[in-house]
Write a protein that binds this ligand. Structure first.
Ligand code: KG4
Ligand code: ZN
Length: 344
């Protein structure tokens, strides 16, 4: 039974996990940096890199100790090698290289997006390739056809903000703490989703891409007007954002070669209304719906270990001089969305 050590440090979670080939998470530790970044309303790269450098080694030691395993009892080391904040990625990747070298085990340099994309398979043993995936996090907003390990076809991306970013920026407007997603979700429970008229960018467009910048600006205007309760703005924002997701996803599913299952991954996938509405969409299309538990949706190292397990045996390990990649598209053949700026 292979066991892989996973390391994640691409944004503001420092995480280590041990996962085995039977999908068992033997041990995991996650140190969130939310408190360190909260005063700035977003992740500060320099603060993040320093925190990863301080926390990662003891966290790996604690994870091995919890599982009762020595380094030489694992079969491979997998670490996020991009995309993400370069300082943090380098801390995790260099640590993984050192551990792989010291234990003479293979190294797998994992694309963070691949970790998210395969996370539904960690949680769901019945999920076979191919499947459709909505990947919605703070940095990414994509619709993929997941065809196999290392084989991803991207049908849609965002031309401006990612969905999680729209939650975070709208939360900031409403004076809510970072990260904004959970805060908006909670406040929206007491609000009226019809109270504030907000735009639904790109609704009905043929190409399935996303845009959330206009929605976020409308939230700012609604707040500044002073005419609405914050809970109503939060609920109306969440409703509008989900309407956009359902419309865009419907377009992408029409366009893609049919698949049996719809999956969701990334931090926003922990949102209860997002999950419920995706279930309804899947039901209406006669598709199965699968979503990892919320703790596997937000950044974690178990999904990185799992991606390593998926690669172990079937794919060559990566060399010890593998370079960290701040940008690393899952589908190198995907065309940029029209209107796209510099964001990947
Ligand atoms: O996957 P993730 O942990 O990190 C990235 O790779 O970006 O995603 C973090 C994002 C943040 O934007 C956060 O606000 C959002 O996921 N998020 C949520 C919820 N929980 C986290 N958005 C909406 N509702 C939630 N419950
Ligand atoms: Zn992520």
């Amino acid at each position: 039974m292979p066991i892989v050590l996973g390391i994640e440090s691409s944004c503001d979670e420092t995480a280590a996990a041990l996962v085995d080939g039977e999908r068992r998470i033997l041990a995991q530790h996650i140190a969130s940096q939310d408190d360190a970044h909260a005063p700035y309303g977003g992740v500060v790269p320099e603060i993040a890199a320093r925190a990863h450098a301080e926390r990662l080694a003891p966290l790996i030691a604690a994870t091995l100790k919890d599982a009762g395993l020595a380094l030489n009892e694992i079969d491979a080391v997998a670490a996020t090698a991009g995309p993400g904040l370069i300082g943090g990625v380098m801390v995790g990747l260099v640590s993984a290289k050192a551990l792989a070298m010291a234990s003479d085990k293979p190294l797998y340099a994992i694309n963070h997006l691949e970790g998210h994309a395969l996370s539904p398979r960690l949680a769901d043993p019945d999920l076979d390739f191919p499947y459709a995936l909505l990947l919605v996090s703070g940095g990414h907003c994509q619709i993929l056809r997941v065809e196999g390990v290392g084989r991803y076809r991207r049908l849609a991306t965002t031309i401006d903000d990612a969905l999680g970013e729209a939650f975070d920026k709208s939360a900031k407007v409403l004076g809510l703490p970072y990260p904004g997603g959970p805060a908006i979700e909670k406040l929206a429970e007491t609000g009226d989703p019809q109270a504030v008229t907000l735009p639904r960018p790109l609704l009905g467009r043929r190409e399935p891409h996303f845009s959330f910048a206009g929605l976020k600006s409308a939230v700012l205007r609604a707040k500044e007007s002073g005419a609405h309760a914050d809970a109503d703005i939060a609920a109306s924002f969440q409703r509008a954002a989900i309407d956009c997701v359902l419309d865009r996803l419907g377009r992408a599913l029409d366009e893609m070669e049919p698949v049996l299952t719809l999956g969701v991954a990334g931090g926003v996938a922990s949102n209860r209304m997002v999950r419920a509405e995706l279930q309804t969409l899947a039901d209406a299309r006669g598709m199965r719906f699968t979503a990892p538990p919320p703790a596997l949706c937000t950044d974690n190292a178990a999904m990185i270990a799992w991606a390593g397990l998926e690669r172990l045996g079937a794919h060559e390990p990566d060399p010890l001089d593998f370079a960290a990649r701040p940008r690393w598209p899952l589908d190198p053949d995907a065309q940029p969305a029209r209107g796209a700026g510099v964001k990947a």
